[in-house]
Design a protein around this ligand. Sequence first.
Ligand code: EPU
Length: 342
Amino acid sequence: MKIQTQVQLKPFNTLSLNSVASHYTKIKNTDDLLSAIDYAEQQSLNLLILSGGSNMLLPEHLHALVMHMDIQGIEVAAEDALSTTVRVGAGQVWHDFVLWTTAHDMFGLQNLALIPGLVGASPVQNIGAYGVEAGEFIQSVHVYDRNEQTFIDIDASDCKFSYRHSIFKDDPNRYIITHVSFKLLKKADLKLNYGDLKTAVGDNLTAENLQNQVIGIRQSKLPDPAEYPNAGSFFKNPIISQKAYDQIALQFPSLPHYPQPNDQVKIAAGWLIDQAGWKGKKLNMVGMFHKQALVLVNYDNAALHDVRAAYHAVQQDVFAKFNIALEPEPVQFDENGMICSH
Ligand code: EPU
């Protein structure tokens, strides 16, 4: 394990924020992980786990040990008549893994093609798209438990997966994810319920076609971080009570909404932002993408304070028009590498 100092993290976060880490190391295996934890303890540094950097807001200076997760490998761990279980290193690129499953006739994750980031981050916010969430196919998550100082496997049923949430968000400093096991189907069960996916897939009802259509839809709406640095959906879709929705719908009947369990309704943050006049609008170097108002873009060399100014302005305008508070999706870090509130 090699520790580097004063490392620029701009290439490692998809919003391309300037952020210089006092200490940085790559984690290629579990031995590297244990050495890095020892080092951080000796130097009294906090640990910051960097995965694909697609969901993070980093400050300009970070006094912490950044652990860049790079554990590779995909192995078949078990098989039965209906499913195949694969154990995947946290550093594996998510999209490459999805393509690999499809090529090997393992089904379930095709709707999640082209989501940026690495496999190790997928359970953290239970990544989801087009009617599927990763948690539906995760069998267990392999972690280092910093409280118990040991490696353990956490069964999916104990991960408390829900919309963009899991125990890894509740207790962000406790677990370091090293591998994730997925139980995938041998026979495809295509999920086509979301929006215009069914039309896009048409009569060619194969998992490969579904995957290609999802890729096409994402490419047509979502900006490529290499061209427009961004962190995907910047805000969560708010979940409100049926009563609150009925009230808003009187004034805004075209607000896209999706019924949820427990008398709740999920509403489209992108629509709210769009209607509040922010689609394609900028505040200095930061703005909301012209093709999808839910995606915040760093158009120049913005720092965290520029991003904050822009998303606070969006939140204010949406609140003023709809009386709804938007909650950012990316995780924000302070100068000591600790997660902080928005
Ligand atoms: N809409 C607008 N204007 C916009 C954007 C959206 O009116 O500028 C409307 C759309 O017309 C649609 C509704 O809002 O009726 C929802 O939009 P869309 O289908 O594009 O999906 P989303 O709710 O904006 C969510 C996820 C995405 C995921 C898509 C597809 C969240 C926060 N976002 O977006 O996830 O890809 O559904 O499942 O749940 C991500 O998390 O980074 C992400 C991209």
